[in-house]
Design a protein around this ligand. Structure first.
Ligand code: ZN
Length: 89
């Protein structure tokens, strides 16, 4: 079963599935909560261009944080594959 955070491709552990946890780790849980919060802020009506610009900045930074974390996870996974290969040979 995959992690519930959009953009995360990690599989949940059997323990997490059993416990009914939707996210693979606490950082995914945190990012998902921040996305919910940002979405709620987007639904508010902003009348000032300054507020609109700040909201756009916040959203862009949050997407970048999610992407950076995904990139980190991919590098760590590639590293463990490499180490597994080394340990076998
Ligand atoms: Zn995840």
């Amino acid at each position: 079963m995959p992690c519930a955070r959009e953009g995360c491709s990690a599989e949940l552990s059997p323990l997490q599935v059993k416990a009914g946890r939707p996210y693979c780790c606490s950082l995914c849980e945190l990012l998902a909560a921040e996305f919910d919060r940002a979405e709620a802020m987007c639904r508010d009506q902003y009348t000032s261009p300054e507020a609109e610009a700040l909201l756009t900045d916040a959203w862009t930074a949050l997407v970048a944080a999610g992407d950076a974390f995904a990139e980190y996870r991919q590098a760590v996974q590639a590293l463990s594959r490499l180490r597994a290969l080394r340990d076998v040979s």
